[in-house]
Design a protein around this ligand. Structure first.
Ligand code: DON
Length: 558
C-alpha cells in the first residue's frame, strides 16, 4: 500500500476505548502457533465448544509436546486475555519464580565473578515452573471445558508420538551434547546410540503423557504436589539444584493488569512487569508519536525507530524487575510527557551513542520460546508467549516426569552490568531474590483500532520487543497479517550500541545513510523471531492467521 494512503488510514482510526461498542460482523475463530499440530489442537478444542481460553490451554500443552525446545510444563510465560462479554482485559502471569533458597550471589564465585554458564546449565539454573498452574487457572476461571478435555490432544501427541520435523531436528542437533548428559532427555530426543533421529522419526514421550494426565485429573495439584512433584524435586536435587517440595506447592499464577497505551488512536494492550515488553513497547510508541514517520525518507524513519528502541531498552535495563519486589516508575516510563523528554534528545540526522545516555551490555535472541495468538468466534482473544528460556531450557529432565527444565534464572541480572544470554544487562531491580520472578522481554500484545484488531507476539529474547514494535507500526500502516510476520527485522537494545538487522531489512541506500548518521550496523548471519499474528477486521468479519515463514508454524481459521 502506498505510504500516503496508509498514513491517511492511520489517521482516520478514531481514538478508542475498549468500552466502545464496536459493531462487528460475524466472524470465525483463528489460531496462529509455531507448529501445525499445536494450531490443530486448539482448533479441535474450539470445535468441541471450547472458547479461546480453553484453546490456549490446548495449544500450550500441545506445544510442550511438539515444540519441546521452546516451552513446556517446566517453564512459564504470560497469557494476555480479552473476554468479549464484558471487555475484561487481564494478564495471567505464569512466569517462573526463583526457588526459596536462591540468593543474589548464587552464580558468582568467592571473588564475586560470574561462574561461567552457571545460570544456564543444569537444574541450578531452573526456576519454579508456572505453566501447569496457568492451565489449571485458565481452565477454571475462564474456560468452558475441563482440563481432561483440553489436555487430551497433547496427551495423545505425547503418547502416540509425532513425526520429527526439520526445525526441531536442528534444535536437537544443536543441543545434542547437553541432552546426552541427561539420560531422560536423551531417551526422549536421541536414538539409543546417542545420535540425532531422522526427520519423520516418531517422537514419543510417554512420561510426559503421564504427567499431563496427572494435571488433567487433579489440576495444578497433579504437578505441584504428590508423585510428580516428588520426582521433580528428587531429579532437580540429584542434578545439583535447590528446589524444595514447598517451592512447588506454593507456586501461584498472579493475575495482573496489562499495560495500556495509545498510539495515533490505536489502543495498545501489552504485558506488564515482570515482563518489560509492554513498558518498552508503549514507551517506544510514545516517543515515535511525536514524529511524522510518513513525512520523512525511509532511512530517517528507521533511524527514528532505532533511536526510540535505544531509549526504551535503556529504561528496561535500569528500572524494571518483579513488581512484587521492586518499585518501578511505571507511570513515568509510560507517560507521554516522559516520552516527550526522551524525544527531545533525538536528532533526525544523527545517532546518539548509547554511552551518552546515563545508565548501565550484548546479541539478539534466537527462536527458542514460543508465541501463539488465538481468537474465537465470540471475540475472546489470547496472546500467549511461553518459554523454558534457551533451546530445550537447560536440557535436563528429572526422571519419570517427561518435563524439561527451564533455565530462566538467567533472565535475572546475576551481577549488575553482567550481560545474560541475550546480552541484556540489568540493575538491582532485577537482582535474584527468593521467590522473585526474573524480568522478561516477552511481549504478548493486542493492538486495537476502531476498524480492527491484531493479536501479536514472538519468541526471540531481547529482540521480542523490537519485533512487536515493528509489527505494530506495520499493522497500523495497513499491512496484512502474512506481510507483518514476514517483514525483515532490525533491532537496537541500547547496549551493545549496534543496530542488528536481517538480510533485506535495510537497502544499500539506507545502510549508507544510517552509517553517515553515526549508527554501527551489523547484518545478522541469521534471521530471528517466530511471530504469530491473528488479525480481525470488524466491519467485514474477515480474520487472518499468519505464522512467521522463518518457522514451521501454521495459522488456522476455524
Ligand atoms: O523471558 C524472556 O525474555 C526470555 N526467557 C525469552 C527467551 C526467548 O525468547 C528465547 N528465544 N530466543
Amino acid at each position: 500500500m502506498p505510504i500516503a494512503i496508509a498514513f491517511a488510514l492511520a489517521l482516520i482510526f478514531a481514538p478508542l476505548s475498549h468500552a466502545d461498542a464496536v459493531a462487528t460482523a460475524p466472524h470465525k475463530g483463528a489460531i496462529a502457533s509455531a507448529y501445525p499440530l499445536a494450531s490443530e489442537a486448539g482448533q479441535e478444542i474450539l470445535a468441541a465448544g471450547g472458547n479461546a481460553f480453553d484453546a490456549a490451554v490446548a495449544v500450550s500443552a500441545a506445544l510442550a509436546v511438539v515444540e519441546p525446545s521452546s516451552s513446556g510444563l517446566g517453564g512459564g510465560g504470560f497469557y494476555l486475555l480479552h473476554r468479549q462479554a464484558d471487555g475484561l482485559e487481564t494478564m495471567v502471569d505464569a512466569r517462573e519464580k526463583a526457588p526459596g533458597a536462591a540468593t543474589r550471589e548464587m552464580y558468582l564465585d568467592k571473588a564475586g565473578n560470574e561462574i561461567q554458564n552457571a545460570s544456564t546449565s543444569g537444574p541450578l539454573s531452573s526456576a519454579i515452573p508456572g505453566e501447569p498452574a496457568a492451565f489449571d487457572y485458565l481452565s477454571r476461571k475462564y474456560g468452558k471445558l475441563t482440563l481432561k478435555r483440553t489436555l487430551a490432544p497433547a496427551i495423545r501427541l505425547a503418547r502416540e508420538g509425532f513425526p520429527l520435523y526439520a526445525r526441531l531436528q536442528f534444535g536437537i542437533r544443536y543441543k545434542q551434547k547437553i541432552l546426552a548428559q541427561s539420560p531422560e532427555a536423551a531417551k526422549a530426543f536421541l536414538m539409543p546410540d546417542g545420535s540425532v533421529p531422522e526427520v519423520g522419526f516418531i517422537i514419543k514421550q510417554p512420561e510426559l503423557a503421564t504427567t499431563l494426565e496427572a494435571i488433567a485429573a487433579q489440576g495444578a495439584k497433579g504437578f505441584y504436589q504428590g508423585r510428580v512433584a516428588a520426582d521433580l524435586v528428587a531429579g532437580v536435587r540429584a542434578g545439583g539444584g535447590i528446589w524444595t517440595l514447598d517451592d512447588l506447592k506454593s507456586y501461584r499464577v498472579i493475575e495482573r493488569k496489562p499495560l495500556v497505551g495509545e498510539y495515533h488512536g490505536a489502543r495498545i494492550v501489552s504485558a506488564s512487569p515482570p515482563s518489560s515488553g509492554g513498558v518498552a513497547l508503549i514507551d517506544s510508541l510514545n516517543i515515535l508519536e511525536g514524529f511524522d514517520l510518513h513525512a520523512v525518507d525511509s532511512a530517517t524513519r528507521k533511524h527514528l525507530i532505532i533511536e526510540a528502541m535505544r531509549r526504551a531498552y535503556r529504561d528496561r535495563a535500569i528500572y524494571l524487575g518483579d513488581p512484587d519486589f521492586v518499585r518501578m516508575p511505571l507511570e513515568q516510563l509510560t507517560s507521554v510527557d516522559y516520552a516527550a523528554g526522551q524525544r527531545s534528545s533525538i536528532r533526525a540526522d544523527k545517532a546518539m551513542p548509547s554511552d551518552f545516555l546515563p545508565g548501565i551490555e550484548s546479541e539478539p535472541g534466537g527462536t527458542q520460546t514460543t508465541h501463539f495468538s488465538a481468537l474465537d468466534s465470540a471475540g475472546n482473544r489470547v496472546a500467549a508467549t511461553i518459554s523454558i528460556n534457551l533451546f530445550f531450557g537447560n536440557g535436563y529432565m528429572p526422571a519419570k516426569t517427561g518435563v524439561l527444565l527451564n533455565n530462566t534464572m538467567d533472565d535475572f541480572s546475576t551481577k549488575p552490568g553482567q550481560p545474560n544470554a541475550f546480552g541484556l544487562v540489568g540493575a538491582k531491580a532485577n537482582a535474584i531474590a527468593p521467590n522473585k520472578r526474573s524480568l522478561s522481554s516477552m511481549t504478548p500484545s493486542f493492538v486495537e483500532t476502531s476498524k480492527g484488531l491484531m493479536i501479536v507476539g514472538s519468541p526471540g529474547g531481547s529482540t521480542i520487543i523490537s519485533m512487536v514494535l515493528l509489527g505494530t507500526l506495520n499493522y497500523l500502516d495497513g499491512m496484512d497479517a502474512s506481510d507483518i510476520v514476514k517483514y525483515p527485522r532490525y533491532h537496537h537494545q541500547y547496549l551493545p550500541d549496534v543496530v542488528d538487522y536481517e538480510a533485506g531489512a535495510l537497502t544499500d541506500a539506507e545502510i549508507a545513510e544510517l552509517k553517515s548518521m553515526g549508527h554501527t550496523l551489523k547484518e545478522s548471519t541469521r534471521q530471528w523471531g517466530n511471530m504469530q499474528v491473528v488479525t480481525w477486521d470488524f466491519a467485514s468479519g474477515k480474520v487472518e492467521a499468519a505464522s512467521d515463514p522463518r518457522g514451521e508454524g501454521e495459522g488456522l481459521i476455524y
